[in-house]
Design a protein around this ligand. Structure first.
Ligand code: UGA
Ligand code: MN
Length: 317
């Protein structure tokens, strides 16, 4: 079937692993059971392999650990299922779904590339396949910083709620302009014709509302993902619910982590056995995509004692 004539969203879905069990006993000093009546927040996190991936997800998980009634959709921009990621996600005890959602090849080389779009489309597809019409959808990138108050603010979303995002572009903020409790305009340094000039982290959507729009979509159009997504769900400005004390508070920050290439460290493989910790340490760093070792490439690893570097054999043989 021609994808343009059917649903605009037409992703194949690759679920790597999931858990619907919440193994956390307490959240914010209350037992699990105290939250049973709350609507679920579906927190969609696009992520991709690079050396900062595991640290970012660890930090984000430690935020989400405090958030009751959450389902974490982690969509990885990777062709395969990363088993290390499965282990990591399982350890937290937060209900999650791990999707493999690689960016289509034709977009890899475009500049700018549509970052995180294949991932979010896969998550939207998962939501549709499960016929979810209860709860709240939020797109939370792996590198942002989330105030715990954000979650209580978005949980009561009736249609679409919006709020300021800190550290965006030239004004260090992007968000709605509110008068008399109503959104009347937007403050964002990059308008570019967008009707909804907001950041991905600056809104949340009620799933019952979203289900009224079967053509919900997020096209591969860098810079316009938010705008086109919000257009695809028929949003009207007077329906927007301003959050965070009428958009006076910043509850989410567009922090960005400095990215660096994973190094190759020169260290003789013959020493990476059970005689020291280094074999196991570098095997795990390799699995996380943080660093690798080589006999012949990369800067020679310095191993020192009392301020003096010595031959590897001195400590390791
Ligand atoms: C900004 C916005 O905050 C994003 O919501 C928006 O998707 C993005 O611009 C864009 O459209 O380019 P920014 O910090 O510039 O975000 O981008 P990243 O954080 O690098 O990427 C956004 C998300 O996509 C992240 O969760 C990241 O892990 C993921 N991503 C990035 C991929 O899945 N694949 C990639 O190749 C790059
Ligand atoms: Mn980012």
């Amino acid at each position: 079937m021609d994808s343009s004539s059917s649903h605009a969203l037409n992703e194949s879905l690759h679920i790597c692993s999931e858990s619907h069990e919440d193994r956390r006993l307490y959240m914010q000093d209350k037992p699990h059971s105290a939250y049973a009546q709350l609507p679920v927040i579906y927190f969609v996190t696009p992520t991709y392999p690079r050396r900062e991936q595991i640290p970012e997800l660890t930090r984000l998980a430690h935020t989400l650990l405090h958030v009751p009634r959450i389902h974490w959709l982690v969509a990885n921009d990777y062709e395969r299922c990363d088993t290390y990621m499965d282990m990591l996600l399982n350890r937290f005890g937060i209900p999650f779904t791990h999707l493999s959602s690689p960016m289509p090849h034709k977009f890899r080389s475009t500049k700018p590339a549509p970052r995180g779009v294949a991932n979010r489309r896969a998550a939207l597809q998962w939501i549709r396949q499960h016929n979810l019409t209860n709860g709240v959808l939020y797109f939370g990138d792996d590198d942002n910083t989330y105030d715990l108050r954000l979650f209580s603010e978005i949980r009561q979303t009736q249609r679409v709620s919006m709020f300021p995002v800190g550290l965006i572009a030239d004004y260090a903020v992007s968000g709605p302009v509110v008068r008399d409790g109503k959104v009347v305009a937007f403050l964002d340094s990059w308008v570019a014709g967008r009707r909804w000039p907001v950041d991905m982290a600056g809104f949340a959507v009620n799933l019952a509302y979203m289900s009224l729009y079967p053509n919900v979509n997020m096209p591969y159009k860098p810079g316009y993902e938010e705008d086109l997504f919000l257009r695809s769900i028929g949003l009207h400005i007077d329906q927007i619910e301003p959050r965070g004390m009428n958009c006076t508070e910043v509850l989410v920050w567009h922090t960005q982590t400095k990215s660096k290439k994973a190094p190759i460290v020169r260290l003789e493989k013959k020493f990476l056995d059970g005689r020291s910790n280094l074999g196991a340490l570098f095997r795990s760093l390799k699995e996380m995509g943080v660093a690798s070792v080589s006999d012949t490439e990369g800067p020679l690893a310095t191993i020192s004692k009392n301020g003096k570097g010595k031959a590897h054999s001195y400590f390791l043989s």
